[in-house]
Design a protein around this ligand. Structure first.
Ligand code: NAD
Length: 480
C-alpha cells in the first residue's frame, strides 16, 4: 500500500507542498519504519488554508441545507465503500489492530457525516410573539472553524469535528496530530469527490506551533481541540484572546464502579474494553476500576485469565487484538507508570512487561487513591483496580479527581444505577456498558476534561450562533 500522500497539505481542493517546512517523518508504530515524510506547514501554508476556507465558507453557508447534507451523505457512503483500504491506512498510521480500525474508526466517522447530514435540514430558529410585534431567531454558522486532533482516533476525530461544522455551514481548517497525519488528508479528498467546494475542508500538517498559529488568526471563529489537558489550557487561553468559541475534548481518569451484584463477566469485559481497546489509548477509558470487596478476588481471577488470552501481534493480522503503542515516547511514558505503580506497592496481577513497541495488558490490584496510577492519565493498557465497601464512599472517591470525562456503573439494582450516575461528575456515563459512543448521543467532559459537546443534537449548538431579529410592526414610539 502506498502510504506516502501526494503532498503534505490539502488546501483549496488540492494537495499542496511547501518543502520549506520542517520535515515530519510518519512512523508505522509496529515496526518503526518510515511510511511517509511530510513537511510542517509554513506560515504561508497556514495563511493559504485560512484564506481558502474564508472564501469557501461564504458560498457554502448560502446553500440550501439539503444541498450541504447531500455532500456529507455522499462522503459517508464513500467512506463505507472504501473502509477496507482506509482502515489499513489507519492501522499503519496508528498501530491499532485492523479488527478495531475496520469497525471503530472510519465507520464511526461515516456515522457522524451521515447523522449530521440528516440533522442539517432540520435546524431552524423560532418565532417569538410580542403583541403586535414579533421577533425571530436564526441559527447561523460561526464561519471558519479550526479543528486540532489527537493521535489516538485521528480519522474519527477529523470526521467528528468536520461533520457538524460543515453541516451547519461552516468551513474548516484541520490540523491532525503530527504523530498520525494521514487519515485527515483522505477525508479532504473524499469530501472533494463527494462535491464539497474547494476550500471547505483544508488540512495543514505540523506540531503544536502550527496549531498555535491557527488558533490566534483573526479569521478563525472557533477552535475545537481534542488533546491533553495541558494543551487544552494553552489553546483555550489563546482562543480567549479573540473571544473565540471553543470545544475542548481533553483527558480523563474515569471511574468504572462494579457493585457486588453486578454480572461479573460483563463487568470484566467492560473493564477490559475500557482499558485495553486501542492498547488503552482512549480518553474515556475507565482506568480506575472500583470493585466491591465481596467480588474482588473473583473479578481479578476472571480478569487475569481473559487478559492473558489477549492476542498481541502484527496489527494488520485480523486475529490480532492488541497492537503497539503509538510511539516510542508514549511507550516510555506508559512503562514509567508501570514501574511507579510497582514501586508504590500496587499488586501486579498480570502483565507489566514490554516487548518492542508493545506493552502487555497490565492489571494492578490493591491500588489506593493516592497512588500515581490512580491519579494521572496513563494512556496505555494499564488497569488500576481499587476496592470499595459502600456506595457513598465509592461515589465520593470516584469524584475526587480534577477530571470528569466519563464514568461507568455495573449493578443489577436499577435504582442504585441511576442514583449513582446522577451523583457522578462526568460528562458521559454508562450503566452496564462502557465506552460505547454512538454519534446519536452527545460526548464530552466536565471539570478539566473539557467544555462543549461532540455528537448528538448538542453539537449543533457548538457550531452555530443565534441571531435574534426584532420586527417592529407599527410606528416607533419615541419620548423625544
Ligand atoms: P496533545 O495535547 O499532545 O496534542 C493534541 C493536539 O494539539 C496535537 O495535534 C498537537 O499538535 C496540538 N497542539 C499541541 N500544542 C498546541 C498548541 N500550543 N496550540 C495548538 N495546538 C497544539 O495530545 P495527544 O498526545 O495528541 O493526545 C492524547 C490526549 O488526547 C490524551 O490526554 C487524551 O485523553 C486526549 N483525548 C481526548 C479525547 C476526548 O474526546 N476527550 C479524545 C481523544 C484523546
Amino acid at each position: 500500500m502506498n502510504t506516502q500522500p501526494r503532498a503534505s497539505h490539502f488546501i483549496n481542493g488540492a494537495y499542496v507542498e511547501d518543502e520549506a517546512g520542517v520535515p515530519l517523518d510518519v512512523l508505522n508504530p509496529a515496526t518503526g519504519a518510515v511510511i511517509a515524510t511530510l513537511h510542517e506547514a509554513t506560515p504561508a501554508i497556514v495563511d493559504a488554508a485560512l484564506a481558502a476556507a474564508t472564501v469557501a465558507q461564504k458560498a457554502w453557508a448560502r446553500l440550501m441545507p439539503v444541498e450541504r447534507a447531500r455532500v456529507l451523505r455522499r462522503a459517508s457512503d464513500m467512506i463505507r465503500d472504501r473502509n477496507a483500504e482506509l482502515s489499513r491506512l489507519e492501522t499503519l498510521d496508528t498501530g491499532k489492530p485492523i479488527q478495531e480500525t475496520e469497525v471503530a474508526d472510519w465507520p464511526s466517522g461515516a456515522d457522524a457525516l451521515e447523522y449530521f447530514a440528516g440533522l442539517a435540514p432540520t435546524v431552524t430558529g423560532e418565532t417569538v410573539p410580542l403583541g403586535a410585534d414579533f421577533a425571530y431567531s436564526l441559527r447561523e454558522p460561526l464561519g471558519v472553524c479550526v479543528g486540532i486532533g489527537a493521535w489516538n482516533y485521528p480519522s474519527q476525530i477529523a470526521c467528528w469535528k468536520a461533520a457538524p461544522a460543515l453541516a451547519m455551514g461552516n468551513a474548516m481548517v484541520f490540523k491532525p496530530s503530527e504523530v498520525t497525519p494521514l487519515g485527515a488528508l483522505k477525508l479532504a479528498e473524499i469530501l472533494m469527490e463527494a462535491g464539497a467546494p474547494a476550500g471547505l475542508f483544508n488540512v495543514v500538517q505540523g506540531r503544536g506551533g502550527v496549531g498555535a498559529q491557527l488558533v490566534t488568526d483573526a479569521r478563525v471563529a472557533k477552535v475545537s481541540l481534542t488533546g491533553s489537558v495541558p494543551t487544552g489550557r494553552k489553546v483555550y487561553a489563546a482562543a480567549a484572546e479573540g473571544i473565540r468559541h471553543v470545544t475542548m475534548e481533553l483527558g480523563g481518569k474515569s471511574p468504572l464502579i462494579v457493585f457486588g451484584d453486578a454480572d461479573i463477566d460483563s463487568a470484566v469485559g467492560a473493564a477490559m474494553l475500557g482499558n485495553f481497546y486501542s492498547a488503552g489509548q482512549i480518553c474515556s477509558n475507565g482506568t480506575r476500576v472500583f470493585v466491591h470487596r465481596s467480588i474482588k478476588e473473583a473479578f481479578l481471577a476472571r480478569l487475569k485469565t481473559r487478559a492473558e488470552a489477549i492476542i498481541m501481534g502484527d496489527p494488520l493480522d485480523p486475529a490480532t487484538q492488541m497492537g503497539p503503542l503509538v510511539s516510542p515516547e508514549q511507550h516510555a511514558k506508559v512503562m514509567a507508570y508501570v514501574e511507579q505503580a510497582k514501586a508504590d506497592g500496587a499488586r501486579l496481577i498480570t502483565g507489566g512487561g514490554a516487548s518492542g513497541a508493545f506493552v502487555q495488558p497490565t492489571v494492578f490490584a490493591d491500588v489506593t487513591d493516592g497512588m500515581t496510577l490512580a491519579c494521572e492519565e496513563v494512556f496505555g493498557p494499564v488497569m488500576a483496580v481499587l476496592d470499595f465497601e459502600d456506595e457513598d464512599e465509592v461515589v465520593a472517591r470516584a469524584n475526587a479527581t480534577e477530571f470528569g470525562l466519563a464514568a461507568g456503573v455495573f449493578t443489577a439494582d436499577l435504582t442504585r444505577a441511576h442514583r449513582v450516575v446522577a451523583a457522578l461528575q462526568a460528562g458521559t456515563c454508562w450503566i452496564n456498558a462502557y465506552n460505547l459512543t454512538p454519534v446519536e448521543s452527545s460526548f464530552g467532559g466536565v471539570k478539566l476534561s473539557g467544555v462543549g459537546r461532540e455528537n448528538g443534537k448538542a453539537a449543533i449548538e457548538h457550531y452555530t450562533q443565534l441571531k435574534s431579529v426584532y420586527v417592529g410592526m407599527g410606528p416607533v414610539d419615541a419620548p423625544y
